[in-house]
Design a protein around this ligand. Structure first.
Ligand code: HEM
Ligand SMILES: CC(C)=CCC/C(C)=C/CC/C(C)=C/COP(=O)(O)OP(=O)(O)O
Length: 326
């Protein structure tokens, strides 16, 4: 592939738009390895991996998960494929926005390495495979919840909420919060209190996950005219909301400990949540500037490890304590 040259012009001073490719360049530059990597990026595979992990925890916590191993596997594959389809739908809608943000500038659709039509075919294939696997291996409730996740993120959040309200991610986060419940329903076919609390946990975690990154990227969001909270309500209000949601996440994270009597999970949740709240306090206290921007990035990175740790602790607790959900 030719090396990527970003050219500044008077109408495109940062050279961001010149990064987009053309149909001819697409054919000339085709490389199978890069194409596979593009499919991976297009499906937002790294984000989907955490969605699948939270779904797997929902399955492991459900009664008799081992006996229903086929449904468990079908559930995980279905969520991975449907989550991937959500990621593709998101990028089909947003290539113009992605071209305007440094973080997303090099995505395959933004740079024109994959055409919009190709991406639509990809999304349809992923979704068809997800529906087939879920219909075959799980149950109607699991299929409906997964479809709600894909439509909630790929259509409702991306098309309607993201461009119209700074509270977009509070409601958009609901789609990404569903996997633990989907994992549970794949095994049991019904809804219960514990997985609903796990959905609530991801739901309240999402703003404290995303807004620190939005603080870091606020100039790009402003340029792209996306009404993210730091652009519409300022940095101080955003830092206050990050602290509120970090505290709320800490509180909600303790509920599974009370529901299960699992003190191993409880201890880990308490400590890792205290650290999260501590980071939010420090973020709030820092004067605006480069150090605050960098710290906001660190908090975003920690948010991901934190959720991973909480869900790992849930399995660990169950394996060690063996509380009565097996
Ligand atoms: C509407 C809700 C959410 C928003 C707006 C959001 C936003 C973001 C953004 C903008 C990134 C950076 C992606 C990139 O640079 O390519 C990111 C990364 C990430 N998000 Fe979220 N997120 C949301 C919900 C979730 C949920 C529910 C999960 C999992 C349970 C999750 C897991 C991750 C992970 C693992 C990454 C890191 C990806 C990487 O390293 O490339 N996010 N998120
Ligand atoms: C259950 C199920 C199938 C759910 C699918 C939900 C899903 C894929 C959620 C992912 C959340 C996410 C990556 C948000 C970033 O969106 P953004 O568009 O604001 O970020 P960007 O600027 O990086 O594109």
């Amino acid at each position: 592939m030719k090396s990527h040259v970003i050219t500044a012009t008077p109408s495109d001073p940062d050279g961001l738009l010149s990064a987009a490719g053309t149909e001819a360049a697409r054919h000339q530059n085709f490389r199978p390895g890069l194409f596979l990597h593009d499919l991976w990026v297009l499906a937002k595979a790294r984000v989907v991996s955490l969605l699948v992990f939270t779904a797997a925890v929902g399955e492991i916590l459900a009664p008799n998960a081992l006996i229903h191993w086929q449904s468990a596997l079908a559930g995980l594959f279905g969520i991975a494929l449907a989550g991937g389809a959500g990621g593709v739908l998101n990028q089909i809608v947003e290539p113009d926005l992605d071209q305007h943000m440094r973080r997303t500038l090099h995505r395959p659709l933004a740079e024109g390495r994959i055409s919009r039509r190709g991406a639509i075919v990809y999304a349809v294939l992923l979704m068809t495979a997800a529906i087939a696997i879920l219909a075959w291996g799980t149950n109607p409730l699991t299929l409906i919840l997964t479809l709600a996740g894909t439509v909630g993120y790929g259509v409702v959040y991306t098309l309607y909420l993201k461009p119209s309200t700074p509270w977009n991610i509070v409601w958009g986060g609901l789609a990404g919060a569903l996997p633990p419940l989907i994992g549970w329903t794949a095994i049991t076919g019904s809804i219960a209190a514990l997985p609903v609390v796990l959905v609530l946990l991801v739901f309240v975690w999402t703003p404290a996950h995303f807004w620190p990154l939005a603080i870091n990227c606020r100039r790009d969001y402003a340029k792209a005219c996306i009404p993210m909270l730091p652009c519409t309500h300022g940095i101080d209000r955003t830092r206050k909301e990050v602290l509120n949601y970090a505290i709320l996440t800490w509180v909600v994270s303790m509920i599974p400990a009370f529901l299960t009597g699992d003190w191993i999970y409880g201890g880990i949740a308490w400590l890792s949540g205290a650290w999260f709240v501590g980071m939010a306090l420090r973020l709030k206290a820092l004067p605006e500037g480069q150090e605050m921007d960098q710290y906001a990035r660190s908090m975003f990175a920690y948010s991901i490890s934190y959720l991973f740790l909480l869900y790992t602790a849930l399995i660990l607790g169950k394996l060690v304590m063996g509380y009565g959900f097996f």
